[in-house]
Design a protein around this ligand. Structure first.
Ligand SMILES: [Zn+2]
Length: 316
């Protein structure tokens, strides 16, 4: 059973420190996601998010987004073991030839500044998923930490419609509740929360209420269970068993076919015990196999995501 992971932030670390390499030539512990660990974890597909910190002076410029995408090509895709995922056929090719698929996403679109021409160019460069904002508010939408809790702007709505047209998956993980419902009402395609857990079990604004979980399921979308400790458990040490409780909760809501994984590796400074890098996801797989049958486990680890991607990615 191979693994699909819908979110990691290693491109952000590569952007911040130009000395870093993707093939493990760094000091130990600096990167969670490296080529070696993707191989160790038998990863079929890893999503690489472009994240630009709202604190950067160039946050509202396209330049740092383009620089991150350049790093993705120069430092990640340069390895022959990896293959850029642009189409449904690319996913099949990775399954057949054992390569690791690399899917490019945006975690916040501040630098696009409403320009749909820029979005279309980014799609041509390989972007296949986009979250409108991170925790902050930008021209498109309010994120979960914006106190006013606004929804989509008119420009944000136009952005969602263009994503639908281009075959760019809309990621709702960081949206305010109001923006989430705006996207759910507007999007003609299924919606994805790439890295969020269940609010019912862990009361954090980055997690999804049961109503939101049901809406994602009804849309035919995906929920990527995340290993961010404060989104897994409110207090104390966080274990793989705590992660499993979120999976169980979403299964109980009818989400068995809509569960996926969204580690947030390299976006976190603390890890779930035994879940510190892609190689250790094998431990999560073992824990799942003790509780669920092979079909359900394969669904959560990869096949739900593969089915979804093959239905949503451009044909060619
Ligand atoms: Zn995030």
């Amino acid at each position: 059973m191979r693994i699909v992971d819908f979110h990691c932030d290693v491109l952000y670390k590569l952007l911040q420190d130009k000395e870093l390499t993707f093939d493990g030539g760094n000091k130990p512990g600096v990167l969670d996601v490296t080529l070696e660990r993707l191989k160790e974890g038998n990863v079929l597909l890893q999503t690489f998010a472009v994240f630009i910190s709202p604190g950067r002076p160039d946050y509202y410029e396209a330049a740092p987004i383009l620089e991150s995408i350049d790093l993705f090509y120069e430092k990640v895709l340069c390895f022959p073991e990896l293959r850029l995922i642009r189409t449904a056929a690319d996913v099949d090719a990775c399954i057949l030839d054992g390569k690791i698929g690399a899917l490019l996403s945006l975690e916040g679109v501040g630098g696009i500044r409403g320009k749909l021409s820029t979005l279309r160019l980014l799609q041509r460069l390989g972007v296949r998923a986009a979250g409108l904002t991170w925790n902050d508010a930008n021209w498109a939408a309010d994120g979960v930490m914006e106190a006013r809790g606004g929804g989509l702007t008119a420009q944000g709505a136009a952005f969602v419609q263009e994503c639908n047209r281009l075959g760019i998956i809309v990621d709702v993980s960081h949206l305010s509740e109001r923006a989430f419902w705006d996207v759910a009402a507007l999007s003609s395609r299924p919606i994805v929360a790439s890295h969020s857990n269940a609010r019912e079990l862990c009361d954090h604004p980055r997690n999804l209420t049961d109503l939101q979980i049901r809406a994602i399921i009804e849309s035919g979308g995906l929920i990527g269970i995340t290993y961010v400790p404060p989104f897994v458990r409110e207090k104390g040490d966080v274990s793989i068993d705590d992660v499993l409780r979120h999976i169980e909760h979403i299964c109980a809501l009818g989400g068995e076919k809509h569960l996926a994984l969204g580690s947030d590796f390299d976006g976190i400074d603390r890890h779930v015990k035994g879940l510190a890098h892609p190689g250790q996801v094998l431990g999560l797989r073992e824990a799942l196999l003790k509780r669920y049958n092979d079909d359900i486990v394969r669904g959560i680890l990869s096949s739900n995501a593969v089915t979804f991607l093959k239905g949503q990615l451009p044909v060619e």
